[in-house]
Write a protein that binds this ligand. Sequence first.
Ligand code: NAP
Length: 566
Amino acid sequence: MSSVTSSANTRSSNTQASQASSALDYDVVIVGAGFAGLTAVHRMRELGFSARLYEAGKDVGGTWYWNRYPGLKVDIESVEYSLSFSYVIEQEWTWSERYPAPDELCRYANFVADRLDLRRDIQLDSRIDVAEFDERANLWVLQNSQGETVRSRFVIMATGMLNQPIKPSFKGLDSFQGQQYHSARWPRDGVDLSGQRVGVIGTGSSGVQIISTIASEVGHLHVFQRTPGYCLPLRNHPMPEEYSTRVKANYAQWRAAERYNSFGGWVALNYEIGEPVTGSALDATPEELQALFDERWKSGGLSFYNIYPDVYTDLEANEILAVYLRGKIRERIKDPKLADILTPKYPVLTKRLIADTNYYEVYERDNVSLVDLSEHGIDEITPKGVRVGDTEYEFDALVFATGFDALIGSLKAMDVRGRKGITFAEHWEDGARTHMGLMSAGFPNLFIINAAGSPAPLFAPVILGQEQIEWVGRLMLKLNERELDCIETTSKAEDHWGGLCEEAVSATLFPLTESWYVGKNVPGKSRTGLAYFGGMDNYRKFMTEAEVSGYEKDFVLSAAPLAATG
Ligand code: NAP
């Protein structure tokens, strides 16, 4: 292994001298060049820390680099799903669509990297294979796929919450003789499915977008649906110039509204800043409910997340919205039998809403068939296709739109070894263990962004990531100010945070439904500590309290290697 030599080979002026300082290549190594990773590079540089970002992909963009399946669009408005820390970026970049596709999102990520001159601190096509905490030197030693070894004091894991694709362990999975694709690892050059017999397994956000897009291209499409979702029209179109100009002129208000909208984080409603809905759905008059729901329906996308708070917590309140949306779905499906199969029954919002473009209409095509798995699941994958009961469906290509090991998958898949060589896979064997979704016990000076234990599933990850990175940056400064080397959280703090997460999720309807929100899409996965469902405002209070108390509670700060001090 060669060791990196770099102009940043010493600690920046901001960094305290320590026993290990001479061995450092960078103050901080950042993993992942999605929006959070780019934010972290910029922020670390602003604060005077030397930083190096490693990205396994050949380009920046993160989720939007890796996910390239046909029909993919982001389902949060572009003017909101964008970075808010740079006035220059906000003003100079103009989105072409209300909901852009991955190409444009990656162009945006490239624009950010170039305009803020981040590229000189970014190493692409370079996977971090191993990250190991050296307890004697109090630093992280990381090895990348290019055979380099780097040493850093801090690590920021910006590896994303929906990053590790999963395929169910179907009997005979590898026996299929045709082509297999996973939605999250679609070949970058595209796939020619024209005229082919194609099976798509999964009807979440990814499956629905794929199905809607390839239906007109393939020979015959079979859709394997286990649970129908709530699909709502995305209503995408080219960005109205007037809207873009207006948002740019008022970005500060837009960003503030996003930040302080505790659930969702996104606020756009009919091209205006939507007010957070308060009160109870149970107290609203039928006319008020109708007006509110119709306004959201007209706006499209995921605007229904900004709804009466008790829709998330009370079955009766939830059912009011569910009935409305089921009605809207049925209106789009001509065949009543088909409508029965495609209409969701579970409490609305407890699985992520799906933003679609002509999805239900696809089933009017003669070349599309729906296979209902609600009573009888897939028995096996065969060399020719898929067997359900006595029926074998034959395919040229099979698409797995079966989702992700969300929130914990990316770190569990990496070889990250904390104290005593313990990995995340080991530490999180029985469920996610973090304090505030930012640190895990035994992993000193390592910060996790937008993942386990955080409000990421229910809050705009771009904003959450930025707030977490700002928190981490201030913490790093504070350590230097106090001439401390190291911060880590404790097992007790993890237990406490896991309890708070459990308390928060138990007060909602989310546990009633089997989804990635609560880990139910992966056999045996625990929901404890997986995510914080208590709202961004409460989460922010915990972050602030930790900071103003000087990290005295739930953290251990040290000036010398803990192992050495015993
Ligand atoms: P997902 O929502 O977890 O959906 C996975 C699908 O696979 C579900 O329909 C699931 O059925 C099905 N499935 C899993 N195991 C199965 C089995 N053994 N047999 C039959 N069906 C099976 O995954 P996703 O669609 O990739 O979306 C994940 C998340 O990524 C979304 O919720 C969203 O947050 C994000 N996303 C966003 C966008 C966007 O911005 N536009 C696009 C794509 C994804 P069950 O429901 O019955 O489990």
